[in-house]
Write a protein that binds this ligand. Sequence first.
Ligand SMILES: [Fe+2]
Length: 518
Amino acid sequence: MQRREFNQRLKHSAIALALMPWLSAVAAPADKPRVWRSNPFALGVASGRPRPDSVVLWTRLLFGEHDRAAGIDALRVQLEVFADAALQRRVYQTEVATNEARAHSVHVHVQRLQPSTDYWYRFRQGNALSTVGHTRTAPALNADVQELRIALSSCQHYEHGQYIAHAEIAKQQLDFVLFLGDYIYESSNPQYAVRKHSSDEPKTLAQYRERYEQYKRDPMLQAAHAAHPWVLMWDDHEVVNDYANDQDRQYTDPQQVLKRRAAAYQAYFEHQPLLLGPDPDLPANMRLYDQLSWGKLADLWTLDCRQYRSPQACRDPVRGGGRMVVQCDELSDARRSMLGLAQERWLTQRLSPSTAQWKLVAQATQISSTSIPTPVGRSYWNDAWDGYPQARQRLLQTVVDAKLNNVVTLGGDVHCNVAANLRLEPNNPQSPIVASEFVTTSITSRGLGDKPAALIRDSNADLLHYRSDERGYSLITVTPTQVRCDFRTTKFPAGTEAELKTQASFMVKSGQAGPLLV
Ligand SMILES: [Fe+2]
């Protein structure tokens, strides 16, 4: 993005740029402090996009019945940032405007912070205070970092269970949470419902907002946001199951899909600690892919696998989207892309020259193959990278061409814990292992049955670990000598008391591609 365009978008986005940190001289609100009947900070607080000198802080005000009756539009919200948990040493404060058009969401880009430093923050409006959030900045770019701790998570269908994984994440010592997608689900599965969605499938902005309101009210999810900065990616369910760019499973008119996508992206932005929202000129477009550096220890790329992808190959003419395909010639079409050519180029240009000890490529789904043999040839799941084999090969060829070692990919979406070897030719022992893959299971969303999971595991030699029967998250610990993955799981998070255990642990040693069982 050109600098001018970036500035233009910043101006248009619902971001209050905090340009005067360390000063506390902020104009007092002109109006009298509002007296709230119920606390409007009902959706909690969040921080995200950690950089050596900045973070984005978020909240959204939501009004109770009595307060809503007063018809509130424009509001000013105060933010305070502290250097200590006791909130004694205030290092920054500001006041920002919000209104109904942005669902009273608040995004503050706090700049000129110190690297590798803890901060605490809270919002205030009238007589109401938010909970206190904790965040932490990234290390300086040239810092010799000895450890990076990430909670890897994805797929939190509200109806399928309690967010006990988030309760544990909230208590962990972490640098950040990396959420890989499926933050909300648009669809319901009543047969698995531990608790229910309170509204019908969202299609409009108002309906998507309502869905986020329900998810964001969950106290365990709020605790995980309040405890750590989050680095966010999306997958399909933030819009609609299995969408690909402007196509959905029903072959809806692409213009209608884009309209729905614009509503979904706007609601996504309004509920997350992000710097940029939808493009004001093209609101169905929103730049989410990003790069984050953790000193000299790791570079991390967070990719967008939905907005720019080619439609799934060999779709059913009646119901499109994901399915198993056999004898599908379209798979070998080199023009097809998972990331879109612009994002592919962007990644290649940054991955190839990276000098970080570890190169972490986070994407929404699974890169290793889960194909199964059938009497008429192998059958491939066309919604994951198996459905984009040429794009997968381009990605791995980049690793080979740049002679990169220490590339680890991180994924979600498939509701499975996976540790896998990545080869240019999947499952071919003659083809060298060029990178390592960890995929985390879902926070709550139901996984594949035991039988198909066993068939997939037995049919793909590259899968060193493949389990779909448990829910949870993965703790990724990066040090100069290894990347370790602890799969933290429980059988079924139906109750709020369930506890997680370690299902398995793997590590990747520096200089040696391929996960090893610990
Ligand atoms: Fe999912």
